[in-house]
Design a protein around this ligand. Structure first.
Ligand code: PMM
Length: 264
């Protein structure tokens, strides 16, 4: 999944694709590079970010979604707002990527009626405050329990369980140790029975470990996280560098498939 932020302020690529034409070009380039999905977002979710009105978010994303879908790309819309999701699905998106896991009371119905896919992500708090003081007793168990509950809620709302993907939400209300525990815990999350999406690309946990390297220089470090995510059974990697992401995933996947089944 190629991450395409049509925003002036996302932390990893903020401002580069704020203009619709540039965003569409980058989305098509991602498809040419081998992305199976292009994730279009119009609201920055970096720590401390302020919310964006639905009208402004729609203004940013809809022309991009429409153009990419018309060109044959499979588009996911990265939004927590049912109104934006509904308009994006109408414009040709196939998946709703909801970092709040259906917190908008209208969202589940929108997804169900459209027969769309959905990504349910875990977050503690909101983007504005989530990194202030995140706390867990057992982060993996708590995130797994949350995702299990939200998947059940999606199913009760009429969403096809086979169209539900789960995401631990790397960096969303998590300290370094929480992010590492969740990345190490991908096998336990995959055992919940849905495809697991991992969004580790260029995130701050990398700088927490390696020092203050800028986001655009974090792709090798991202690849290390991706290899282990694939080995742990992740199905989708949300990434900014599709070329490196795809090479990494294919090699890791080929090796995992060769490994003899574990005994016992
Ligand atoms: N991360 C960001 C935005 N949307 N969606 C999902 N499902 N999972 C994520 O980890 C995720 C997301 C923030 O990353 P960016 O602003 O660098 O693209």
């Amino acid at each position: 999944m190629g991450a395409l932020n049509v925003t002036p302020d996302s932390f990893s690529d903020g401002g580069r694709y704020a203009e619709a034409g540039a965003a569409v070009r980058r989305g098509l380039e991602m498809v040419a590079e081998g992305a199976d999905l292009v994730d279009v977002g119009g609201e920055s979710t970096r720590p401390g970010a302020d919310p964006v009105e639905a009208a402004e978010e729609s203004r940013r994303v809809l022309p991009v979604v429409r153009a990419l879908a018309a060109a044959g790309a499979v588009v996911s819309i990265d939004t927590a707002k049912a109104e934006v999701a509904a308009a994006a699905l109408e414009a040709g998106a196939a998946v709703v990527n909801d970092i709040t896991a259906l917190s908008d009371p209208e969202m589940a119905g929108v997804v169900a009626r459209a027969g769309a896919g959905v990504v349910l992500m875990h977050m503690q708090g909101t983007p504005r405050t989530m990194q202030d003081d995140p706390r867990y007793d057992d982060v993996l168990a708590e995130v797994a329990a949350f995702l299990r509950r939200r998947a059940a809620a999606a199913e009760s709302a009429g969403i096809d369980p086979g169209a539900v993907c789960l995401d631990p939400g790397i960096g969303f209300g998590k300290r370094l140790e929480h992010n590492l525990a969740l990345l190490a815990g991908v096998p336990q999350l995959a055992a919940l029975g849905h495809p697991v999406l991992v969004g580790a690309s260029r995130k701050r946990f990398i700088a927490d470990l390696l020092g203050p390297i800028p986001p655009a220089e974090r792709d090798a470090a991202t690849a290390a996280a991706h290899v282990l995510a694939v080995a742990g059974g992740a199905a989708i990697l949300r990434t900014h560098n599709v070329v490196v992401g795809l090479q990494t995933a294919r090699i890791a996947d080929a090796i995992v498939r060769q490994a003899p089944a574990s005994e016992g």
